[in-house]
Write a new protein. Structure first.
Lengths: 469, 658
């Protein structure tokens, strides 16, 4: 039951926010932040709990089954921390509605990552599009971006739903996530796999399905995009791990070459594209294409160390992209531009903002000692051990490129002579700093010793074919 | 798998303290900078001094041998099997730890005077303490991942300190260049780690060195080439050296500590640490020895034609590290490590001495605009003179002993060409160091001469300070800067005597267990004859420098001579053999071009074309969007979530919990 409370709490709290006075910004933010904290606490205590209720019996069994798996529990914690930061960092018009949307977003993603039932997973997949779409329509500057986000991801969601239905019809149940593998047989298997795979590739995104992403990341308000880039982008990768590797391992292995190639193209394409962006948020957007491409490669190399590395990197990437987007949001709020051509010299007047962005950037470029490095190194070791030496080498090339484009981003904003034409507003308030501090602390702690993330049982994900049920 | 631990396992509180104390200092300086203000310098220096004291206390456990295990091993934590972290203190890491904290402490104290009145005084010392912590992590780690963490963190400290004056575009660019080139090296070490783990399944030094044979010849060579990529980037070896001269944008004490005495010698440490690997591959030894020799020669040649006092010293550092890399590369580990020790003293002293001059002349760094400083700055004169004698290899001074040990080692290990390069470079070194010395201290002061008459065409580009010092009112340094230099003079002159006595010298006995298995055979030319040969070339170098810059007539016509030398400089030399331009065209331009191709053409035209058609043709969606914007959004959101919640709640209750 506590798990159900965990999922519903942010949604209910989000709805109740509308009972507050419209202009009481402080109350909305306080309640929102407390709810996010409460979800973290609840998640900690419900690590091994589940909730299950019968939902459908025909045409296949489907249950309202929630409960963390050894992988998703970490993503749920990440989601809590990211939402907490996003709510504290919110500084937009109509704050109350925005925070409600952030809470709805959290609820839909909690549902997604806690779902033990595939149909539930697919429904939450579509549900989590809506807050972002509304955020883009309402607070973004280009409605076309919102529609592009929606069309791409809804098309993916539709394929996911169809694949789920086919899965349910051929297996008889969709209450399978986190359980032992189910032998999927029959002529529909390639189509089921294709449906899942395309949905996951769009969501991550992976080249060449990525073109919705730079626009969305640039146009969405920073607090919301910090959650989307940090956590929502992991939904596809999580799907590949908990659904693909467990139920469709033969298809995954058969097409590993294709997916690894797409991952490597994303990795390098994103890296070189980041090098030349002048919009700060687009630099991080393309870097995300690059980083998530590497995780895809790690997943498809079917290696225990690569999988451990992928989990560490999923968490690390969530932490540093959330921190980066919050930091870029602070810069944009203060200086009213994201252009690296116009920005510069902010360091002298903003030591706290500079420090926070610096740690986030260093984690993102894979500095040893921070969590990104641990994940990257383990992924590359596993990828190499799995026999994809060329992929590991190209992954290392991307590490060098990452240092170049992230330093270009950081120095372009913070260093150089002070620009007289910028407003140069005050440094971070302590609440703004509090929004990023948990993210940065987690990066430090997990960077020194990611041991908590390395101990999960990788065996269920690495069997050569689906086992009996 | 049987684990092979290096060092005697145990709990070593002094070792932990010596390692973590500078980290604590850095955190305190960062967090309480505004409160500490001027005390930050003294506080940070005391922290490093305490760390040095602890290193001395650890001497005993660092050199102990118990049942074949050498030194002390402290277990820390483990990521997962094969990724075990710990500290290892043995004679090799002890030498580094002592130099890092000892020379580091002196340079911290010196910095108190050098950066007096700087806006971000406490931040400077936070970075400096952080650097000491990072460097100790590098040399105390007992495994490759820990080493890489330290390796990258010193690079980060270097980045911060090169770009310390972050409002200067040149400093910002130099910092980024140094960082990116060093990441190239980090990536090399990462790939070596990947290769080692795939063959051996562990990354601790003990396990790896005990299982060298599991690597196989080809993989071993690949591992060593990758490790050397890391060493070359960090230690400024050809062709990854281009960041080091630019790194002189940092404050001078930073150049002394990081870009001369300690960090840039990390490559030497890495090779000496992995001696069991290197000694197993003749090909790798030849490669590293050759690159080291080439770097020694190239650095010396470029050192002959620089005008910026710090760039002369930077190229000289590059050249001296070339010697060290050549030494440890071909298997003369004791010699290479010894040259690290002596170079740390005399190069730190050279930089700190140069700092005294730069400080006195209000940031003037161009030697053409100095001259005649011997009388005005007698202390700097003596400090520079002893260090110049040491680096030139004058018998009796420290550099003489360590350099000759390397040069002799090349011949003993069968590399006559490297032997010749070593001797030739020694001569060039003596020339360019005395050139610096004569131009700076002899003749008359030229700071008040019109820059164009010295051939300086673009004073603002040539690094000529805008505020010129009046020759009569030099900004003389106080005791806080002079005392560290005076203390450094002692080892600069005498530390070489540790190497005196061949296999019975204190140095050889200190390392007898470390490099026991690696003994050099005798060379066809004796050690004494090598010293004589080298000394003859050194004397020739000094004579040429004297004839060109210090004879009475040369001193009288100094302005005209310097102008002619400036104007007549061949472009290939003033552009440092075009390494920068080549790297820029090959890598920087190419990746930028690919980036434009991807972001400006492929994305919008090729991939997006089809999607845009869909979006444009569905114009009605736009109308729908406007409807959403007009306030319906909130109602819709509430309905959506409320509906979803009711839906789930209904089934939760109706279905009943299982």
């Amino acid at each position: 039951m506590a798990v159900l409370v965990l999922v519903l709490l942010p949604a209910v709290a989000g709805a109740l926010l509308f009972l507050l006075p419209r202009d009481d910004v402080r109350a909305s933010k306080t309640i929102g932040a407390l709810v996010a904290l409460a979800t973290i606490v609840l998640a900690v205590f419900t690590r091994h709990q589940q909730f299950s209720a019968t939902w459908l019996t025909r045409p296949f069994v489907s249950n309202l089954h929630f409960g963390a798996t050894s992988i998703s529990w970490w993503i749920v914690l990440l989601l809590g921390i990211a939402t907490f930061g996003a709510i504290l960092a919110t500084n937009v018009s109509r704050t109350r509605s925005f925070i409600a949307l952030l809470l709805f977003l959290e609820a839909s993603m909690l549902g997604l990552f806690l779902a033990r039932d595939l149909l539930l997973f697919a429904l939450c997949w579509d549900l989590m599009l809506i807050p972002v779409f509304l955020g883009l329509i309402h607070w973004g500057s280009h409605p076309a971006t919102a529609w592009r986000y929606f069309i791409y991801n809804f098309a993916g969601g539709l394929l996911l739903l169809l694949a789920t239905a086919a899965f349910g019809l051929s297996v008889g149940t969709t209450d399978v996530i986190g359980g032992t593998g189910v032998a999927l047989v029959g002529p529909w298997v390639p189509w089921i796999f294709a449906g899942f795979a395309i949905a996951f590739l769009v969501k991550t995104p992976v080249w060449p399905l990525h073109t919705w992403m730079p626009l969305t990341y640039a146009d969405t308000p920073a607090p919301m995009i910090s959650v989307v880039a940090g956590v929502q982008s992991k939904a596809g990768l999580y799907g590949f791990i908990t659904i693909g590797m467990v139920f469709l391992p033969e298809m995954m292995r058969a097409y590993a070459g294709l997916f690894i190639t797409l991952g490597i193209i994303s990795l390098l394409y994103g890296a070189v594209a980041s090098l030349v962006q002048t919009d700060a948020k687009r630099v991080v957007a393309y870097s995300s294409l690059s980083h998530l491409g590497l995780i895809l490669v790690a997943i498809f190399s079917f290696n225990p160390i690569a999988l451990v590395g992928a989990l560490i990197y999923i968490v690390a990437h969530g932490l540093f992209s959330a921190a980066l987007f919050l930091g870029l949001g602070y810069v944009e709020e203060r200086e009213e531009t994201r252009s690296l051509v116009r920005l510069g010299g902010l360091g002298a007047a903003n030591p706290r903002l500079t420090g926070a962005l610096c740690i986030a950037v260093l984690a993102a470029l894979g500095l040893p000692g921070l969590a990104g490095f641990a994940g990257e190194l383990l992924m590359l070791i596993g990828i190499f051990a799995a026999g994809f030496a060329w992929a590991a080498i190209l992954g290392l090339v991307a590490v060098v490129l990452a240092s170049a484009y992230f330093l270009r981003l950081f120095q372009g904003m913070m260093n150089g002579p002070v620009r007289p034409d910028l407003p140069m507003r005050r440094d971070l308030t302590w609440i703004e700093a509090l929004a990023v501090v948990p993210l940065l602390l987690a990066l430090l702690v997990l960077g020194v010793n990611p041991h908590p993330l390395t101990t999960f049982n990788t065996a269920p994900y690495l069997q050569s074919s689906g086992g009996g049920r | 798998m049987v684990h092979h631990v290096m060092g005697v396992p145990g709990f070593y509180p002094w070792l932990l303290a010596l390692w973590l104390l500078p980290l604590l200092g850095a955190i305190v300086c960062f967090a309480f900078g505004p409160q500490l203000r001027r005390v930050a310098g003294a506080f940070a220096s005391a922290i490093v001094g305490a760390s040095f004291l602890f290193a001395v206390i650890c001497w005993g456990v660092g050199t102990q041998t118990v049942g074949g295990a050498l030194g002390a091993h402290q277990v820390l934590f483990s990521w997962l099997p094969g990724f075990d972290f710990g500290l290892l203190l043995d004679p090799l890491s002890l030498v580094w730890a002592l130099v890092i904290t000892g020379v580091g402490c002196l340079i911290h104290i010196y910095s108190i005077g050098y950066l007096e009145g700087d806006r971000a005084f406490a931040r400077f010392f936070a970075y400096m303490n952080f650097f000491i912590f990072a460097m100790l992590t590098l040399v105390l780690s007992d495994n490759f991942v820990g080493l890489l963490v330290g390796w990258a963190l010193v690079g980060l400290a270097s980045y911060f300190l090169i770009g310390y004056w972050f409002d200067r575009p040149s400093a910002v660019a130099a910092a980024r260049k140094a960082f990116v080139i060093n990441v190239v090296g980090d990536v090399g070490i990462m790939f070596a780690i990947i290769l080692i783990y795939s063959r051996i399944g562990s990354l601790s030094f003990g396990d790896v060195f005990a299982n060298v044979d599991k690597l196989g010849t080809a993989t071993l060579l690949a591992v060593l080439v990758c490790l050397f990529l890391g060493a070359a980037a960090k230690s400024a070896q050809v062709p990854l050296h281009t960041w080091l001269p630019d790194a002189m944008e940092g404050p001078t004490p930073v150049s002394a500590l990081i870009h001369a005495a300690t960090m840039v010698t990390a490559g030497v440490y890495l090779i000496a640490r992995c001696a069991p690997l290197w000694s197993a591959s003749k090909d790798a030894q030849l490669l590293v020895g050759t690159i080291g020799g080439l770097t020694a020669l190239l650095g010396a040649v470029l050192g002959m034609v620089q005008w910026d006092i710090k760039r002369i010293l930077a190229y000289s550092t590059m050249s001296q590290i070339g010697y060290m890399i050549m030494g440890v590369g071909i298997g003369a580990y004791e010699g290479g490590v010894a040259h690290f020790l002596t170079q740390a003293f005399f190069k730190a002293q050279l930089f700190l001495g140069a700092g005294l001059i730069i400080h006195a002349l209000s940031n003037e760094q161009d030697v053409r605009r100095m001259g005649g400083l011997a009388k005005k700055m007698p202390f700097a004169f003596w400090a520079m003179l002893t260090a110049v004698l040491a680096i030139s290899g004058i018998p009796g001074f420290s550099g003489f002993f360590s350099k000759d040990l390397i040069i002799y080692g090349t011949l003993a290990n069968g590399h006559p060409w490297l032997y010749a390069v070593g001797i030739l470079t020694a001569g060039i070194t003596a020339y360019y160091m005395f050139r610096l010395f004569f131009i700076t201290f002899f003749g008359t002061y030229r700071g008040d001469v019109d820059p164009s008459s010295l051939g300086i065409r673009h004073p603002e580009l040539a690094g000529v300070a805008s505020a010129h010092a009046d020759a009569e009112h030099l900004h003389m340094s106080g005791w806080v800067m002079n005392v560290p230099v005076a203390i450094l003079m002692v080892p600069t002159v005498f530390s070489g005597w540790l190497l005196f006595g061949g296999t019975h010298s204190p140095w050889a006995r200190f390392f007898v267990s470390q490099f026991a298995q690696i003994r050099l055979p005798a060379a066809p030319i004796s050690e004494g004859l090598t010293s004589v040969l080298t000394f003859v070339l050194v004397l020739a170098g000094i004579t040429v420098a004297y004839l060109r810059y210090a004879t009475p007539s040369a001193q009288r016509n100094a302005v005209e001579r310097l102008r002619r030398e400036t104007v007549g400089m061949p472009p290939v030399l003033s552009n440092a053999f075009y390494f920068d331009a080549a790297l820029d065209a090959l890598f920087v331009r190419t990746s930028q071009w690919l980036g434009y191709l991807a972001a400006r053409y492929v994305d919008p035209l090729v991939i997006d074309g089809g999607v845009r058609e869909v979006v444009i043709s569905t114009q009605w969606l736009g109308a729908l969007a406007r409807a959403f914007q007009s306030g319906l959004v909130r109602a819709y959101a509430v309905l959506l979530v409320a509906g979803a919640a009711c839906f789930i709640a209904y089934y939760a209750l109706a279905g009943g919990a299982r």
